[in-house]
Each structure stands twice: as C-alpha cells, then as structure tokens.
Design a protein around this ligand. Structure first.
Ligand code: GLN
Length: 320
C-alpha cells in the first residue's frame, strides 16, 4: 500500500514515502492490470512498459517477477495515479506512449505528446534504407563531396525521429527538419537536445521544402513519412490512432497521396544530381508512388522496398 507521512506531509521524507509501494502490492496491481488488458484486447506487454517507465523496473525483474520480493519500490507517481493512467489506457484508448510521454524508436527513447505521431517500428527501416542508398563513392561522376557529408531533409519531422536517426547515421551531415506544427517542432527539438544532436539538426517551421529555399539544388537526400491515410479511412483507424494521434500527421487527402504527390513534384528542384528521394507509404500505395516518380521525369533507379513484415511500404529514387 502507498504509505504517507501523516505528521509532516511536506517533509522530503514524506514526499519520498508517498510514492513508495511494496513489491507485493505492485505485483497485485500488475496482475489486475493484466486481467484488464486481456479483457480489453490490449497487448499485455503495455502493462510492463508503464511499470518500466514509471516504477523504474527492468524487463528481467518483470518477466521473472522478482520485483515481488522487494520491500519497497519507488514510483514516479502515487499508485493511485498509476491506476488512473491505466484506466485512461483501457477506457479512453490513450496510447501507452502518450501516458508515459516516451516511445522507444531504434536505439533512442524519444519524448512524445499528442502533438506528434508516435514513431512506428516500420519507420525505423527508413534510416537503414537511407544508409544503404548512399553510394560508397559519389553517385555522379562530378567531384561532389560524399553524400553523407552534406545536407539531408526530414520533411514533417513530428517527434524528430527520422532527423535523429539520420543525424546519428550520417554524423558529418547537417539534417534540416521541417514541420508545419510549432508544437511538434518543440518536441523534436527537445529530443535533439536530450540526445546532444542540436549541432547536427536545424529546425524549420513551414510546409515541406518551402523553408529550405536556400538549399535549392543542394540536398543530398530527402526523407519523409508524410500523412498518407485516405481522409475517409482516418476515423476508422484503431481508436488509439483515430482518437488520439494528430490527424495532421495522418490525413493524406482523398486518396492519401496528396503530400506524396507534392513531394514528387517539388523535390527535383531541391535535390542535387544523384540525391536520394525516400518516403514511407501505406500498404498498397508504393506502386502508385513509383509511377508518379516515373511520370515526373527527373528520377531514376526507382525502387520499392518492403517493411519487416514484407509489406511494400517504402519508395526510393535518385534525382537524375
Ligand atoms: N503508419 C501510421 C499508421 O498506420 C500512419 C503514418 C502516416 O500517415 N504517415 O497509423
């Protein structure tokens, strides 16, 4: 049970003890939460994500339940608030990442809020594709410096995940991260700060490539996970997404391709010859996006790549 220092409720001792719970009590809490998760068809591991972030428990002690034998476990908030958070998860379908304020992505733990899309595991592939797409020697015969030493853009950066992934993959490059949402940029900047990457990432508020006019013809690569869900499908997405994630980051217009079409059309003006155009799409859209690139006429080596589950989801091309 949560214990409280009655004699002096504001003493540091009482503040510490207020967030303290026995291992046995937390085990009971976890058992009850797991039952609720099963009943609500929510993945069981989410209970443990919450406990890892808010009770500082590690995965082995949760998996083996050794935390049960601890006399005291310090929580970042009272157990009653943990219960309230879990009720939000179950009843209101709030994604657990918004409850804890963090989401793991690649090797990073990123801050997230409802102002940004929760970075998805499939999006991690974009960074590996960008790394693999950079030729070991300059793609063009011109005497240009190696692509990884140049300018890359992450358009619609959201939490900053892609920009952070690129900055880590290409330490000598400058990453230009753009978003039209000031609230999203604030989250992206806080993530770059926490990861000591602010010197490598520049942030811009604006629409797609428009804030990067000074880089026209000079971009080595352009990466984006733009909104691509057809408008009428957005309300039908799972409630965690439809009710809580920003529709600005999801809604790609009538056929879902509005932003992708725009990026196909405007990027050739910004990419240098041999520069990389790389996006994530929805299942079923990749062929249409490859066709748009072909029709545009300024791209070659157009490629479609699958995600880890085998769904064709990424489209890559080089500026001629
Ligand atoms: N992959 C996200 C989803 O399935 C959508 C991301 C996007 O529109 N770019 O909800």
């Amino acid at each position: 049970m949560i214990t409280r220092e009655d004699s002096d409720p504001l003493s540091p001792q009482s503040l510490r003890r207020e967030f303290c719970v026995s291992g046995q009590r937390l085990w009971q809490w976890r058992e009850a939460a797991r039952q609720q998760a099963i009943a609500a068809d929510i993945p069981l591991e989410e209970v443990d994500w919450l406990l890892q972030d808010l009770a500082g428990l590690d995965r082995p002690s949760l998996r083996l339940e050794t935390f049960k034998d601890k006399a005291e476990i310090l929580l970042r908030l009272p157990l009653s608030e943990l219960t309230t958070l879990w009720e939000h998860r179950i009843r209101d379908r709030v994604p657990v990442q918004y409850l804890t304020g963090v989401a793991p992505w690649r090797q990073f733990l990123l801050n997230v809020s409802p102002a940004v899309l929760i970075p998805r595991p499939e999006t991690e592939c974009l960074i590996d594709l960008a790394i693999a797409a950079v030729p070991p020697t300059p793609h063009t015969p011109r005497p240009t410096p190696h692509l990884s030493h140049q300018h890359w853009a992450d358009l619609g950066t959201g939490s900053g995940a892609i920009a952070i992934g690129l900055a880590t993959a290409f330490p000598a490059a400058t990453i230009h991260a753009v978003d039209c949402s000031a609230a999203a940029l604030a989250i992206a900047q806080s993530n770059a700060q926490t990861l000591h990457l602010t010197e490598h990432i520049q942030f811009y508020e604006g629409s797609w490539l428009q804030p990067l006019v000074h880089l026209r013809g000079r971009l080595s690569g352009m990466v984006a996970n733009p909104p691509y869900i057809p408008s009428e499908m957005v309300p039908a997405l799972q409630p965690e997404v439809a009710r809580h994630e920003p529709h600005l980051a999801l809604d790609g217009g009538a056929d879902g391709l509005d932003c992708l079409r725009h990026l196909v059309a405007v990027a050739p003006e910004y990419l240098q010859s041999g520069g990389i155009w790389l996006v994530e799409t929805m299942a079923g859209q990749a062929i249409a996006v490859a066709a748009l690139l072909q029709q545009q006429g300024n791209y070659d080596q157009i490629q479609i790549h699958p995600d880890l589950t085998g769904i064709d989801r990424f489209v890559l091309a080089y500026r001629c």
